[in-house]
Write a protein that binds this ligand. Structure first.
Ligand code: SF4
Ligand code: SF4
Length: 585
């Protein structure tokens, strides 16, 4: 495995590259091709004997390289003009002007239960300060000799003599954090039919009866949608077939995959295919096609039969046994990693945190995604019966996570997907592809949905709202609108106005902003307002609760726990993972 990047020599120093090369010479080889304008193309190739640890080694190498560059910039004291802090704080407790030789860089903070302060900067780097250090820091009287000064400087909480270096490195890291925006919309959802053979009471898409053919996507709609997908500037796109139950319109899936492949010979994108199916109608023909065309399966499994069958019937019959059998068939035919599952948490699930995890382990799944009930479709109508408070969900989530950590401590690698994504945001320089945790929000920018009737929506949730009678997030129609009309039209402008949590009331000064997202569609659905009201938002309560809990775990982590978290983030075996080097130690 190798990774090639174009780097700015002004930010990434040759000296630092030499240091990183030396530190990792046993693990990888580095090739440098100088470019014009002060750039260099750097290719890092992991040696064959470490191929199973490629992701981890590449991540560590680039972290080391960036951090070492950062340190070298700081060491060049007096090269840049001194920056004088000019922040004035309103409280009388503080002096009108801070007269130190450092400036505060943008950060947000939260006072923790223990009385100390968690500080998080614009790129998600964090540190914890005691109250006295925090007060000294923000009032500009923290001494350079203080043990926390170097940490605050290294993690871009303050800028001192080397001010320009701070800003350049911070902006470089910021670009990396927001790199999910490169290429624009990557996830393209195709609703091949709204028909379904199941009748789940929490169905969010408002499925139609199995025989209601008017809810199938037609060939022309499909082809026009594929053409739009391939117009996207993203070099890699995912074509996801959804329903209803998409396998009820399998011929259309086949046409879609073959047509996309044919058209992609010109577009030359990397095209992934995923079918989201309840798996109850899976046939050998389906499996053969999926294997031939590298189509992945995403299914739903709520837990053991007494949980799953409660809310996922096929007609009047139970579906659990069929789903489990077909998960195994699919794993055998396509490989374990080609099959994933999601669970939907209902009030019933709250009683069975361990049993749900055990069900996934028994099926040799590598992870569990604990998903709360979304406020759309039938799920909204059934909320009084199936729903729960954010506090009840968090309590359940913590139990599930605690049990999963125990399992990993005993040597079995198994992760929780939501925690893994947030940990990646906290502990690595990289963004995650999950649209619910993005700012700008994923609606239209990270994901788009082509409905069975040719209408185009900004997200899966947007079409769910449309089925409930609200077309607020309709971008247009595949036959009537061009790519530019759809993605830069009035609806997208409206969404964009509430898409950045950096500028939303409540989020703008939230310590957890970098790890969270903005979700205008959900807030419109639950609060009737795309901007939303965070103190009463279920989205906020859940995200904040989970992120705070992960910080509690991280800040008290022993080496085993760190190993587990890094194994999840890098999709490595928990018994073989090597912890990243502590560059700042
Ligand atoms: S949740 Fe999925 S499987 Fe259940 S009724 Fe709705 S579309 Fe069908
Ligand atoms: S939604 Fe809540 S947790 Fe997320 S950034 Fe906004 S205020 Fe913070």
């Amino acid at each position: 495995m190798k990774l090639t990047r174009l780097v700015d020599n002004g930010l990434y120093l040759k000296k630092s590259l030499a240091a990183a090369r030396e530190a990792y010479r046993d693990y990888c080889e580095v090739r440098v091709i100088p470019q014009s304008n002060g750039y260099a193309e750097i290719t890092v190739s992991v040696k064959a004997q470490f191929s199973s640890e490629s992701r981890q080694i590449l991540l560590e190498f680039w972290n080391y390289f960036l951090d070492s560059s950062c340190q070298n910039h700081f060491d060049k004291e007096n090269q840049f003009p001194k920056y004088q802090a000019a922040t004035s704080l309103p409280s009388k407790k503080y002096p009108d002007k801070i007269s130190s030789d450092y400036s505060l860089l943008p950060f947000r903070f939260d006072r923790r239960e223990k009385g100390d302060y968690l500080l998080v900067n614009e790129v998600g780097e964090f540190t914890v300060l005691s109250k006295s250090d925090f007060d000294a820091f923000v009032t500009g009287v923290l001494r350079q000799t203080s043990p926390v000064y170097a940490t605050l400087r290294a993690r871009h909480f303050l800028a001192d003599g080397s001010g320009s270096a701070h800003f350049n490195l911070l902006s470089s890291k910021y670009r990396t954090k927001k790199s999910f925006l490169e290429g624009f919309t990557k996830l393209h959802i195709f609703v091949t039919t709204l028909r379904c053979n199941q009748s789940c009471p929490y169905c969010q898409v408002s499925r139609q009866n199995r025989s209601a053919g008017a809810y199938d996507m037609g060939q022309e709609t499909l082809k026009r949608s594929v053409d739009l997908m391939l117009t996207s500037s993203a070099p890699s796109v995912t074509m996801e077939f959804q329903g209803g139950e998409p396998l009820l319109n399998f011929e259309l899936i086949k046409t879609g995959v073959l047509y996309a492949k044919e058209k992609n010979q010109q577009a030359e994108k990397h095209c992934n295919f995923v079918v989201c199916t309840n798996l109850t109608t899976l046939s050998d023909e389906h499996l053969q096609f999926f294997e031939e065309h590298n189509v992945q399966i995403s299914t739903s499994l709520d837990g053991p039969d007494y949980v799953h069958d409660r809310h996922r019937p096929v007609g009047k019959n139970a579906s659990h046994a069929i789903v489990v059998r077909n998960i195994r068939r699919a794993q055998e035919a396509l490989g374990r990693h080609a099959v994933s599952a999601l669970m939907t948490t209902t009030r019933e699930s709250l009683k069975y945190p361990k049993e749900i995890v055990d069900e996934y382990l028994g099926l040799d799944m590598g992870s569990l995604f604990v998903r709360d009930l979304n406020p759309y479709g039938f799920a909204l109508k059934a909320k009084s019966v199936l729903g729960y408070s954010p506090e009840a969900f968090l309590e359940f989530y913590k139990k599930v996570l605690g049990y999963i950590i125990e399992i990993n401590r005993a040597g079995r690698t198994f992760s929780e997907s939501f925690a893994t994504m947030i940990l990646r945001k906290i502990l690595t320089p990289w963004p995650v592809g999950f649209v619910d945790l993005q700012s700008p929000s994923g609606a239209g920018i990270g994901v788009v949905l082509y409905n069975y009737d040719g209408e185009v929506y900004a997200s899966d949730e947007s079409r769910m709202l449309a089925e409930m009678g609200c077309s607020m997030f309709r971008l247009g129609n595949v036959f009537e609108d061009t790519y530019n009309d759809l993605f830069f039209g009035e609806t997208m402008q409206t969404i964009a106005s509430a898409a950045c949590n950096e500028a939303l009331a409540g989020c703008s000064d939230c310590a957890y902003q970098t790890y969270c997202g903005a979700d205008p569609v959900r807030h419109y659905s639950t609060q009737g307002d795309i901007f939303g009201h965070r103190p009463t938002s279920g989205y906020c309560a859940k995200n904040k609760g989970v992120i705070k809990h992960l910080f509690d775990l991280l800040l008290n982590a022993d080496e085993d726990m760190e190993r587990i978290f890094w194994a999840w983030m890098n999709q490595e075996d928990v018994n073989r993972i090597r912890l990243p080097k502590a560059v700042w130690a």
